[in-house]
Design a protein around this ligand. Structure first.
Ligand code: GDP
Length: 196
């Protein structure tokens, strides 16, 4: 499994601190509280891997995890958290924007959204920053266990329809860290990026 045994490697606070590329990078982004840390932990099969990203002082950083295959998983700061000063929020957004727009070794973006509140304005902002690169975006609609089958499928279809104008580089799936559903689908998509 692609994300198993991922190991924390380094954290950076500003674009100037980015390590020189040492493998293809897969970024994970999402609104704070969307379920990003849980999704990373579930994919890695590690209860507290992304905990490192949640420790005070680390939430504003880009955290790099090395996968067994040599690729890197990059956990971006959760955005949209209301209880931080505007100035700090601007700073994180600047860091995320610069990374998404300019990082050569970044080959794809996994965007985590709460399946009950998909495609918020900030989620669209991430897509707008990254889509021009022509690289793929895979959306995890997580906490899907909180929806029954009908509404879950309806949400999946609605998000797909909404993003259809961006073409085949955008893919969408349901995911649940609680039920551990969707893991294989995510692995398959990201493995395809790495093999391309
Ligand atoms: P982050 O801020 O995006 O890293 O979000 P967390 O992973 O910390 O999750 C935020 C909250 O949502 C926590 O209370 C989690 O327990 C809960 N949560 C995360 N994923 C799921 C899921 O798949 N199902 C359910 N029911 N709750 C989840």
């Amino acid at each position: 499994p692609l994300f198993r045994n991922a190991r924390f490697e380094t954290s950076i606070a500003k674009p100037s601190g980015l390590p020189s590329p040492s493998g293809p990078e897969i970024a994970f982004a999402g609104r704070s509280n969307a379920g990003k840390s849980s999704a990373i932990n579930t994919l890695a099969g590690h209860v507290r891997l992304a905990y490192v990203s949640k420790t005070p002082g680390r939430t504003q950083l880009l955290n790099f995890f090395r996968l067994n295959c040599g690729a890197l998983m990059v956990d971006l700061p959760g955005y949209g958290y209301a209880a931080v000063p505007e100035k700090v929020r601007k700073q994180w957004q600047g860091l995320i924007e610069s990374y998404l727009k300019h990082r050569e070794s970044l080959i794809g973006l996994v965007l985590i959204m709460d399946s009950r509140h998909p495609l918020t304005p900030l989620d669209r902002q991430m897509i707008d920053w990254f889509a021009p690169s022509g690289r793929p975006i895979h959306i995890l609609l997580t906490k899907s266990d909180k929806l029954t089958r009908g509404p879950a499928t309806a949400t999946l279809q609605a998000v797909k329809r909404e993003l259809a104008p961006l073409g085949e580089k955008v893919t969408v799936q349901l995911f649940s860290s609680l039920k551990k559903t969707g893991v294989e689908e995510t692995e398959t998509v990201v493995a395809r990026w790495l093999a391309a």
